[in-house]
Design a protein around this ligand. Structure first.
Ligand code: HEM
Length: 207
């Protein structure tokens, strides 16, 4: 009973966070980049292709996460699972390349550039490797690598939790931001590894 309630709560939270952050990320479509994400508006002016490829398509990947983790859909509608998986992969291929370029060119400093840059390469690597395993029919390894990919996609959510948290704790933005460029994804990967290695955690985490 408690496990079922926890499962529902966790699933609801996942849907709300993924869809909520994805929708909020598209706010520039309504209000414009300058007004809604002023601190990265320089990217939009200097490298519009990389910027818009990233901010349009990365939220697509994030919005698709709860669909791909939905066990019922995976089991009952494998054709839909594969179609969403291809869309997830293409969205990450393009937005990850854009994200890598934004990381290399960020004005947030070397530590942030390295954090985001390594995240972009890991995101591209885990996702492409995971999809290639599915195409070769290795479903167990495909699952493992897609869990790592999803942990990295969820960096978009953790980043947007840590930024307001750092503000609430009165940590100056120039100090907090480079640290968050690492904190938004390294702990996510550690949690993914725990889920992968500890069967009880896996049963709780994957619906
Ligand atoms: C996981 C790999 C990702 C990497 C490496 C990455 C990298 C970056 C970088 C470097 C920037 C510019 C920040 C700066 O220069 O200060 C940025 C901005 C942005 N990214 Fe990503 N990103 C990733 C995932 C995502 C995802 C999954 C989303 C989906 C919501 C997303 C949405 C955005 C948005 C909306 C911005 C504009 C600034 C903001 O509103 O926070 N990113 N990203």
């Amino acid at each position: 009973m408690i496990a079922t309630t926890l499962g529902w709560g966790r699933n609801a939270l996942l849907w709300i966070l993924c869809l909520g952050v994805a929708l909020a990320s598209w706010r520039f479509m309504v209000g414009g980049v300058e007004a809604t994400m002023g601190f990265v508006a320089y990217h939009a002016q200097m490298r519009p292709i990389a910027f818009f490829a990233h901010v349009v398509l990365a939220p697509v990947a994030l919005a698709l996460v709860p669909f791909q983790l939905w066990q019922g859909l995976r089991q009952r509608r494998p054709v839909i699972h594969r179609a969403i998986g291809r869309t997830y992969g293409i969205a990450i291929l393009i937005s990850g390349a854009g994200g890598l370029w934004l990381a290399i060119t960020t004005e947030a400093g070397l530590v942030a550039a390295l954090g985001f840059g390594l995240l972009a390469m890991s995101w591209l690597g885990t996702t492409m490797w995971g999809i290639s395993l599915a195409m070769r029919g290795d479903r167990a390894a495909h699952r493992r690598w897609m869990i790592r990919s999803i942990a990295l996609t969820l960096a978009a959510v953790t980043l947007r939790i840590y930024i307001p948290l750092s503000m609430a704790l009165d940590i100056p933005f120039p100090t907090a931001y480079p640290a968050i460029a690492w904190l938004c994804w390294v702990p996510n990967l550690v949690v993914a590894e725990i889920i992968l290695r500890w069967p009880k955690a896996r049963r709780l985490a994957i619906a």
